[in-house]
Ligand binder design. Structure first.
Ligand code: PFF
Length: 687
């Protein structure tokens, strides 16, 4: 067990850690996914579910991941192993999901490197940019350049052979990632001083440039004019929650790993909020950059007599970053230089996200096996390049989309987030983590946080998860079989492969965690001194009874119409079932709290009935949501050019105020804590 006493490497200063975590969070997801999602899902209305997801799930889970990583000083699998050996697989599951991302994320980064290179070449040689052109045909040509000439995309899921033109950019990308992390987190702590501020500077330049052009506010109208009716669409809520997870790099194990390298006295709570708000701020600036520039482009092309309205450029997927935006820039003066600025922003945004995933996988393997970094990292780089080759085939773009949809959708990240919250709060004394965080933070979390992680977040994520399943299988598709088999009887290959990957991850996770390693820390048994007590067990049984009663009531209520009973009776039964299951959750929670307060093991029946009750409540909520909102569909975006509405200004102002005030508050607390006495940081130990 000598390894336990060994000093873990650390970031050094607080700023290095915060920047590295921000670096992981801000990435390609901010620049191309966020603006497009806001545009496509109700404009400023999308900001409502997004802010809800950020504050209800994002920030509390970020604090959870930071405190777990910091408390255990281990990467995700070992950190969960500390909760209980049988939970180690949860950490591996997250790591495997991030491994899936690291197969394709560097491929996109490789495209960014290529486009950066093309911009540099055009500046040096004075030649035209291949994506410049005029009018609608010009947009088509920019699209052709990216899809046909550069990607050699065949438009199908047939692989169609490797496009070797993309091979070297991929190798260069991996090499760059290798160099950034080969010396451990100390070097990363220095590199992020470049890779975080530099894209911010570039984005600022692009924002000022976009906003100073005529037409920019018309562009912003596409981004911000709200369509409130979209709030009733399930799609908006799902997309907003998924985007928060992806954008904050949550539930992939990355933030747990990063926090494990934190200095023992470092703040946790305040850092978590700073990271989340900075990510949100970056996303908003990206949205403004993209749409102000597209608005300017629409105006310029209109005046030149070859109009290209914003709604006529493809903004989905890679179309935004590699076709629409470069085309828009090319319509404005100094196109070459601003293309350079844009692709520098993309490369620097993406690279620290990419190496954060690599670092997280690496740390997990090293913690488990004790192997040397100098062996594992080159091996991972080779595996990364090799597996990335699937996505540089001519059908690679389709596979990239498929894999991304699965990992960042229902089956990947929403479920992982749910599992993480449930395991850490129902299988472990969550208060240990809260006190650990509070003992070293600029401000303290109240007990409400325990209940947020134990009850509220699982219910929210659970409802979303069940809602997604119902939608995937029964509303949008033709039942479970219809999800895998198409109407003409052929196999739906993307769905089968996507689902297979999602299924392989937990299987591999269980197998990996089954292997016992001499390097792992023992379980945390601090709360296991006395035996379980009768009262908690009885409360647990009551909780179970409530959950069962609730299921029966709800099932009966759903079947009532066929029995032609009055609608009021149906609603009364639904309300009764919700109340019953809520009582079940409260009872389970009470039993847990009581047991931990007495330093006892909570009875397993209380734990499991609590979790079961959460699942039941989530299912009830999801079914009700399906009934109330119907089929999830992507709303159509208005074709008409609009002007920015008053309410859009108010929303933009409100969001900016929220972010700025939040950040100012966090920094004020950080500075105050920093100047409080010597460097022992923050408050005395809590009991
Ligand atoms: N947060 C990154 C982005 O927005 O591009 C992507 C990402 C990084 C996802 C790290 C997951 C992860 F573990």
């Amino acid at each position: 067990m000598e390894i336990l006493e060994e000093q873990r490497e650390n970031w050094g200063g607080r700023a290095a850690f915060v920047l590295a975590a921000i670096g992981s969070a801000i990435g390609l997801g901010n620049l191309w996914a966020f603006p497009f999602k806001v545009y496509n899902y109700g404009g400023a209305a999308f900001l409502i579910p997004y802010i809800a997801a950020m504050f209800v799930v994002g920030i509390p889970l970020m604090i959870l991941e930071f405190s777990l990583g910091h408390f255990t000083q281990k990467a995700a699998p070992d950190a969960f192993g500390r909760v209980g050996k049988k939970w180690e697989f949860v950490g591996w599951w997250g790591i495997l999901l991030s491994f899936v991302i690291i197969m394709y994320y560097p491929v996109v980064l490789a495209w960014c490197f290529s486009f950066l290179w093309i911009s540099i070449k055009a500046i040096v040689t004075g030649s035209a940019l291949p994506w410049s052109g005029h009018g609608i045909e010009g947009v088509g040509r920019a699209g052709d350049f990216f899809y046909k000439e550069y990607l050699q995309y065949n438009g199908s899921h047939t692989l169609g052979g490797i496009n070797w033109k993309l091979f070297w950019p991929l190798v260069i990308t991996w090499l760059a990632m290798y160099l950034c992390i080969c010396r451990g987190v100390k070097l990363v702590g220095w590199i992020v001083w470049i890779t975080v501020p530099l894209p911010w500077l570039m984005l600022l330049l692009l924002a000022v440039r976009g906003l100073t052009f005529k037409g920019s506010t018309q562009g912003l109208a596409f981004f911000l004019n709200p369509d409130w009716s979209q709030l009733a669409s399930p799609a908006i809520w799902r997309v907003a929650f998924g985007q928060v997870f992806f954008s904050l790099s949550l539930a992939f194990g990355v933030m747990i790993t990063y926090a494990s390298f934190l200095h023992s006295k470092s703040d946790i709570n305040n850092n978590a909020v700073i990271v989340c708000l900075s990510d949100f701020a970056t996303s908003m600036v990206c949205g403004i950059v993209v749409f102000a520039t597209l608005g300017a482009m629409a105006h310029v092309t209109q005046t030149a007599g070859s109009p290209v309205p914003v709604s006529k450029v493809s903004l989905g997927g890679p179309g935004l970053a590699f076709v629409a935006f470069p085309y828009a820039l090319a319509q404005l003066p100094y196109a070459h230089w601003f293309s350079l600025v844009f692709f520098i922003a993309l490369v620097t945004l993406g690279i620290d996200s990419a190496f954060s995933i690599t670092e997280s996988c690496l740390a997990a393997i090293i913690d488990k096996t004790g192997w040397k970094r100098s062996i594992v990292l080159p091996a991972m780089t080779a595996i990364g390049i090799f597996s990335g080759m699937l996505f540089i085939t001519r059908g690679g773009l389709n596979w990239l989309g498929t894999v991304d949809t699965f990992v960042n959708g229902t089956w990947g990240i929403t479920f992982m987030g749910l599992l993480e919250a449930v395991v850490l709060s129902w299988a472990y004394n969550i208060d240990t983590l809260r006190l650990h965080a509070n003992n070293r933070s600029d401000w303290r979390l109240g007990k409400w946080w325990n209940y947020a992680v134990r009850i509220f977040i699982p219910v929210v994520l659970g409802s979303l998860f069940v809602w997604n399943i119902i939608d995937d299988f029964f509303v949008s598709g033709g039942g479970i079989l219809g999800f895998f088999i198409q109407k003409d009887g052929s196999v739906n290959l993307p769905h089968c492969v996507g689902m297979a990957i999602m299924a392989i991850c937990p299987i591999l996770a269980v197998l990996t965690s089954a292997h016992r390693s001499p390097y792992l820390q023992p379980e945390d048994k601090t709360t296991r001194k006395s035996v379980q007590r009768k009262t908690e067990r009885l409360v647990g049984i009551a909780s179970l009874a409530m959950a069962i009663l609730s299921v029966l009531l709800f099932a009966a209520a759903l079947n009532l119409p066929s029995m032609a009973v009055h609608a009021q009776v149906k609603w009364a039964m639904i309300v009764a079932s919700v109340l019953a299951v809520t009582a079940g959750i409260i009872a389970g929670n009470f039993a847990m709290d009581r047991a931990y307060a007495a330093n006892a093991i909570p009875s397993s029946i209380a734990r499991w009935s609590g979790v079961l009750s959460i699942m039941v409540l989530s299912t009830i909520i999801a079914v009700m949501l399906v009934q109330l909102t119907g089929k999830a569909k992507i709303p159509a975006v208005s074709e008409v050019e609009q002007t920015l509405k008053g309410v859009s200004y108010i929303m933009l102002g409100g969001v900016s105020l929220l972010i700025i005030a939040g950040l100012v508050w966090c920094f004020y607390l950080a500075v105050r804590a920093g100047s409080n006495g010597s460097n022992t940081l923050q408050q005395p130990e809590e009991n």
